[in-house]
Design a protein around this ligand. Structure first.
Ligand code: HEM
Length: 229
């Protein structure tokens, strides 16, 4: 029995270290890129540097800059927020970080939606639809996570928080899918305008399959395991 719990603790520690290494090496560079891009686009003129800011559309472009800054902040905060030891030890910090994630999550979603509604994405209507559904789901998960916590329904709160965390990481996963696909195929079925068959699938595949996996996990997990998350 004691041996079992020691090996479980060791496994949890190894998983936590592996998670921290992956986050530090693979996710943090994306966060820094998004924050720097968002800041530079908000404070300077990137019209000659990026098609995203070449449209002379101040509302759309400001929305996009703010969404990048908010997106960078929540991508950094979300892994810390779901770590059970931090949550148990500093519940007040968990509540305040949670409020911040929900607020900035709504800014990221709304900023992206404003850009889609006023300028449209590079990939046209299919990409507009994929990203708009993504933004709406992220906004819904943020609102549900906080409203369930305020209602004292903590099991439902944890379920929505998990969906929100997966959606937030979706933006990073979108880039990971491209990096892997280009490394393996050299960019088959993909083009710069993001209108190839691979691109058409990708604009939904960076979040929908992961949401399905979360639902499968939530249905299979014992109440105790689901509580850990
Ligand atoms: C969750 C964190 C998020 C981060 C860190 C993030 C980051 C970024 C970055 C850095 C770009 C610039 C393009 C690039 O360099 O690839 C971008 C573009 C974009 N993002 Fe986000 N984003 C996030 C969430 C969202 C959400 C929720 C939406 C949905 C409304 C959204 C919609 C868009 C759109 C429409 C573009 C422009 C696509 C194009 O036409 O190229 N993003 N995002």
């Amino acid at each position: 029995m004691i041996e079992q719990s020691v090996s479980k603790r060791r496994r949890t520690r190894i998983l936590a270290i592996a998670g921290a290494v992956v986050f530090g090496l693979a996710v943090v560079p994306f966060i820094l890129y998004a924050a720097a891009f968002g800041w530079r686009s908000l404070t300077g003129d990137l019209g000659s540097e990026s098609y995203l800011f070449a449209g002379r559309a101040p509302v759309a472009e400001t929305g996009l800059s703010l969404h990048m800054l908010a997106g960078a902040a929540i991508t950094l905060a979300v892994p810390l927020q779901i770590l059970p030891p931090l949550r148990r030890r500093w519940p007040a910090l968990h509540r305040w970080t949670g409020r911040g994630i929900v607020t900035l999550g709504l800014v990221a979603a709304l900023g992206g939606l404003v850009f889609i509604g006023t300028r449209g994405t590079i990939g046209g209507p299919v990409m507009d639809a994929g990203f708009a559904i993504y933004g709406l789901l992220l906004g819904l998960a943020a609102i549900m996570a906080i409203s369930r916590a305020r209602a004292g329904e903590f099991a439902a709160h944890r379920r929505w928080a998990l969906r929100l965390a997966v959606l937030i990481l979706g933006s990073w996963l979108f880039r990971v899918h491209y990096v892997l696909w280009y490394a393996v195929t050299g960019g088959l079925w993909s083009n710069e305008g993001l209108t190839g068959p691979f691109d058409r699938v990708q604009v939904f595949a960076f979040y929908l399959p992961y949401l399905v996996l979360v639902e499968v996990y939530l249905r299979r997990a014992t109440p105790r395991a689901a509580h850990v998350l």
